[in-house]
Design a protein around this ligand. Structure first.
Ligand code: AMP
Length: 251
């Protein structure tokens, strides 16, 4: 059984994001980029399934400019068997990514696709749902536990929902998106980083996969969040309560 994992290169989660002066987006030049944290969790889960003997191969897929190869190499160093890079310099929106994944499924024929629940750069939280819709496959989103039954061709997914955990059972092939508590991703070790250099990477363009990258939405403006007001020091609990009651009016 083959598992396909979608990994996205994004601005590192620890970087302080700066909005471009013309408000068309955020500054990405000379900024540290890393694998989207939810994609690391997705890859870790696929590797654990393979290591438990339930899958034979993990294929990592990334889409974007040539620099995405670094992210793919990180995925291979974590343990993916091979990589696919769909190279595009145009902005890729969730529907484009979902269509590319759908068309890769025809070539790769995986039984499971695992994605992050969202990319921390665009916060869309759409791609997994869209690819499941396009393929007409069942989906288990926001997964905090995944149990695969290879014999029954089923996967049981605990989903983090607002008021607790919802458990769903999906027939394979299926799509899973990962939440934060699913696992703790491993670090790539130096020997594995070296080994990753010789793992195979297939290259495609969106056109070769019959996906036209037409801009389907326009980012009108990106602005910084409002600056937080400076705090004040109070000299007593009574003063604090007075301020909360009469100035902040929250009690
Ligand atoms: P989003 O819907 O944009 O929040 O992204 C959700 C998930 O879709 C990510 O965590 C990735 O697993 C996958 N994804 C989105 N964009 C890409 C991309 N350019 N390359 C590979 N995977 C992607």
């Amino acid at each position: 059984m083959k598992i396909m994992v979608a990994i996205k290169r994004v601005i590192d989660y620890a970087v302080k994001i700066r909005v471009k002066p013309d408000k068309t987006g955020v500054v990405t030049q000379n900024v540290k980029m890393s694998m989207n944290p939810f994609c690391e969790i997705a890859l870790e889960e696929a590797l654990r399934i393979r290591e438990s003997g339930l899958a034979s191969e993990v294929v990592a897929v990334t889409m974007g400019p040539s620099q995405c190869l670094d992210t793919l190499r990180t995925g291979l160093a974590m343990g993916a068997d091979r990589g696919i890079h769909v190279e595009s310099t145009s902005a890729l929106h969730p529907l484009h990514v979902a269509k590319i994944l759908r068309n890769l499924v025809e070539i790769e024929k995986p039984s499971l696709i695992i994605l992050g629940k969202q990319a921390i750069d665009d916060d869309c939280n759409q791609t997994g749902q869209m690819v499941a819709g396009l393929l007409n496959w069942p989906q288990g989103t926001f997964a905090s536990k995944v149990v695969l039954d290879k014999e029954k061709k089923e996967v049981t997914v605990d989903r983090e929902v607002d008021d607790g955990i919802e458990t769903v059972q999906l027939n394979l092939p299926a799509v899973i998106t990962t939440d934060l508590r699913l696992n703790q991703p491993r670090y790539a070790t130096l020997p594995n980083i070296m080994k990753a250099k010789s793992k195979p990477i297939k290259k495609f363009t969106p056109q070769e996969l019959n996906v036209e990258i037409k801009p389907d939405l326009e980012i009108v403006e990106v602005t910084e969040p409002p600056k937080r007001k400076a705090g004040v020091m109070v000299s007593s609990v009574d003063e604090l309560i007075h301020k909360l009651k009469n100035e902040a009016k929250v009690i």
